[in-house]
Design a protein around this ligand. Structure first.
Ligand code: ATP
Ligand code: MG
Length: 256
């Protein structure tokens, strides 16, 4: 089993609102087809989610009639991206099953957990590739909540213990906040340094690389190997999928 997160910075053009990067999605699909394995895919929302957060502020925590229109508008946008990603991956030759994250993850008590619906297991048995997306949930306890696709990877890894968990972004890996150099490995200590440097990354709903690094550290505890790599670098992706060496940041287990 492998779990691959297609970052919002790969599936969309982050500089342009509501712009999917079809070619990048297709290329990742084709690489996955060349290296067949049981797979779960999760993707981020990039420029289909962020403009709304900026325009409307976060809906996080609110839940009243006034915000229903905004909620629906945001979800329409996210679903539009979900459909583009599903279509491009299908065109690349992957048997994707595009699923609604709300039906796969539970957040009733405020913490996210994989709900392990029966259909999920059945789809995997049939050789399908479940495809999920970061989303805005309506939570019974605390209203609208952005649910990060990175966190979904952690919950899926907890359940499926994949050989490989790959976070694809648009940077070669985690870069040193001061020097910009690629960190070949990331430990809980080096992640803490990132936290300090990330305060200016205010426009990123899900916290950019610092947040991703934290989720990746969590995921690494449940995966044979966990990496953050550049999903736009076809050589790196190809090598990662075929088990050769590649450029990226290897995430070391947190080890409580
Ligand atoms: N120290 C750092 N190393 C690498 N990238 C960093 C760092 N600090 C900030 N970043 C930014 O974080 C971005 C990656 O985080 P981002 O949340 O955009 O990724 P994503 O997972 O592809 O998108 P999404 O969250 O929409 O799925 C990079 O594009 C980079 O601009
Ligand atoms: Mg992010």
């Amino acid at each position: 089993m492998r779990i691959v997160k297609l970052g919002g910075s790969v599936v969309t053009d982050k500089a342009r609102s509501l712009q999917a990067d079809r070619a990048a999605i297709r290329a990742i699909g084709e690489a996955l087809v060349r290296h067949p394995a049981p797979t779960i895919l999760v993707h981020g929302t990039g420029s289909f989610g962020k403009p709304y957060a900026i325009q409307y502020q976060y809906l996080d925590g609110r839940f009243d009639a006034e915000h229903v229109d905004r909620y629906l508008e945001i979800r329409d946008s996210l679903k539009e991206l979900g459909r583009v990603v599903a279509r491009e991956l299908t065109a690349a030759g992957l048997l994707v099953a595009e699923l609604d994250a709300y039906h796969c993850f539970d957040r009733a008590d405020g913490a996210l957990s994989f709900a392990e619906p029966e259909h999920f297991a059945l789809l995997l048995e049939r050789g399908a590739i479940p495809l999920l997306m970061g989303d805005l949930f309506v939570c019974p306890r605390d209203g609208y909540r952005v649910v990060s696709s990175d966190q979904m990877v952690v919950e899926l890894a907890k359940r499926y213990r994949p050989k490989q968990a790959l976070f694809l972004s648009d940077v070669p890996g985690v870069l040193h906040p001061a020097t910009g150099e690629l960190l070949p490995t990331l430990s809980p200590e080096s992640a803490r340094e990132l936290d300090g440097a990330a305060a200016s990354d205010a426009l990123d709903v899900s916290g950019g690389m610092a947040a991703k690094a934290r989720w990746a550290l969590d995921a690494a505890a449940y995966a044979g190997a966990c990496w953050i790599i550049d999903g736009r670098d076809s050589a790196a992706l190809e090598a990662a999928l075929s088990g050769e060496s590649f450029v990226g940041t290897k995430i070391e287990t947190g080890g409580e």
